[in-house]
Write a protein that binds this ligand. Structure first.
Ligand SMILES: NC(=O)c1ccc[n+]([C@@H]2O[C@H](COP(=O)([O-])OP(=O)(O)OC[C@H]3O[C@@H](n4cnc5c(N)ncnc54)[C@H](OP(=O)(O)O)[C@@H]3O)[C@@H](O)[C@H]2O)c1
Length: 326
C-alpha cells in the first residue's frame, strides 16, 4: 500500500511516499481503507519535534528517541471498513467510518488497522451528510474540543472565550460551545474573523488589535490553543469558579496559571485525552442535525503531502487541511 513515511524529525521534506506492507487486522481490530486524513498543527509539531522542553522526554519515549518510531503520521481519518476481526461488533465490512488513531498515528496511508476498544478506540460510522474529506476532519479537533469543554462543564448562558479560534481545534470549540448554549467570543487574526462569525461566534476579536489578557472583561471559560499566551493574565480574566483550558501550554504557562489560580476558586486544565467511539457518535449526531460542520480550507492529494505540510505552516490555514487518498 502507499503510505507517507517520516524518515527523520525535520521540515516537510522529511515526508516520503513509499510502498509499505498492508496491515492485517487482529481479532479486535478493524481494517479501514482510508479515503481522507488531515494535516493538523499537531502533525507538523510531531514532524518537527517541536514541543515545550518539559515534554521532550515523554514525547521522545513515545514517538522515537533519535528518529520517528511511528513513521506514518496522521491522527484522524475517514474511509471504508474493508474487513473486521472476529471480536469486532460495532462496525461491519462496507461501513463508512471516521476515526481518531490516538498515539499510534498512521493515517497517512491507504490502509490502517484500528482497535475496537470501548475505552480508547475511537471509530464509528461517519455522518451521512458529509463526504470523506469533511468527515476526516472531525474526530481529532472535534473530539478533543468536546473533551475540554465537558471538563469545564460549559452550560447555557455562560461566557466562553476561544483564543486561537480559527484553526482546527478552535473552529470546533466555537461551534460546540454554541451547541452547549454559551455566548462565544472568538479571537484570531483578521482574515479568519468573518469565517468565525459564520460558524456562530457571537463576537470576534483580532488579536493584533486587542489584547484580551489586558482588558477588564471576564469569562466563565477560556479555551486557549495558543502557545505562549501569558497564562496568569488569562486566569485573571476568569469569573469566580471559571476554567482556563490550555491545549498547548509550556511549563511556565502551567506554573503561572496554577499560581494565579491558587486559593481563588478558578480552575486550570491542560490535560487532553483521546475521544471515544461514544464521543464520535455524539459528534455525528450534531453534524447530521446541522449543528456542527467541519471547516475545510484546502484539499491535497496524498502525493502532495509536502505541499500540504508547507501550507499548514504558513499560518493562513482556516479550520482544517484535508489530504485525499486514492
Ligand atoms: N487540533 C487538535 O485537535 C489538537 C488537539 C490537542 C492539542 N492541540 C494543540 O493545540 C494547538 C492548536 O492546534 P490547532 O490544530 O487548532 O492549530 P491551528 O489550526 O494552527 O490554529 C491555531 C490558531 O491560533 C491562531 N493564533 C496564533 N497566534 C495567536 C494569538 N497570539 N492569539 C490568538 N490566536 C492566535 C492562528 O492564527 P494565525 O496563524 O493567523 O496567527 C490559528 O488560527 C497545537 O499546538 C496543537 O498541538 C491540537
Amino acid at each position: 500500500m502507499k503510505a507517507i513515511v517520516c524518515t527523520e524529525y525535520g521540515p516537510p521534506e522529511v515526508l516520503h511516499l513509499r510502498d509499505e506492507r498492508k496491515p492485517v487486522p487482529k481479532d479486535d481490530e478493524v481494517l479501514v481503507r482510508i479515503r481522507a486524513t488531515t494535516v493538523s498543527a499537531a502533525d507538523c509539531e510531531l514532524r518537527r519535534f517541536d514541543f515545550a522542553p518539559w515534554m521532550w522526554v515523554p514525547m521522545r519515549l513515545a514517538f522515537g528517541i533519535f528518529r520517528p518510531r511511528r513513521r506514518v503520521l496522521g491522527q484522524e481519518l475517514a474511509g471504508d471498513v474493508e474487513s473486521v476481526g472476529r471480536k469486532v461488533t460495532s462496525v461491519r465490512k462496507g461501513d463508512r467510518v471516521f476515526a481518531a488513531t490516538g498515539i499510534p498515528l498512521g493515517a497517512y496511508a491507504e490502509y490502517i488497522c484500528l482497535r475496537e476498544d470501548p475505552q480508547t478506540g475511537a471509530i464509528a460510522t461517519m455522518p451521512t451528510n458529509l463526504d470523506y474529506a469533511e468527515a476526516a476532519a472531525v474526530p481529532y479537533g472535534g473530539g478533543e474540543a468536546l473533551m475540554f469543554l465537558r471538563k469545564a462543564d460549559v452550560r447555557s448562558g455562560q461566557r466562553v472565550l476561544v483564543n486561537g479560534a480559527g484553526g482546527s481545534f478552535g473552529t470546533f470549540a466555537v461551534q460546540l460551545a454554541k451547541v452547549l448554549g454559551a455566548h462565544v467570543t472568538a479571537v484570531d487574526s483578521a482574515p479568519k474573523l468573518e469565517m468565525l462569525r459564520a460558524i456562530g461566534a457571537d463576537r470576534v476579536i483580532d488579536y493584533a488589535v486587542e489584547d484580551v489578557t489586558a482588558g477588564p472583561e471576564t469569562w466563565d471559560v477560556i479555551f486557549d490553543v495558543v502557545r505562549g499566551t501569558p497564562s496568569a493574565r488569562m486566569v485573571r480574566r476568569l469569573n469566580e469558579n471559571g476554567w482556563l483550558l490550555m491545549a498547548n501550554p509550556g511549563f511556565l504557562q502551567i506554573v503561572g496559571a496554577r499560581w494565579a489560580a491558587r486559593g481563588n476558586g478558578r480552575r486550570v486544565s491542560f490535560a487532553g485525552s483521546s475521544g471515544t467511539a461514544d464521543d464520535l457518535a455524539y459528534l455525528r449526531g450534531l453534524v447530521e442535525a446541522g449543528r456542527l460542520r467541519p471547516v475545510i480550507d484546502r484539499r491535497f492529494p496524498l502525493e502532495q503531502i509536502v505541499e500540504a505540510h508547507r501550507y499548514a505552516e504558513t499560518g493562513q490555514k482556516r479550520g482544517n487541511i484535508v489530504v485525499v487518498i486514492g
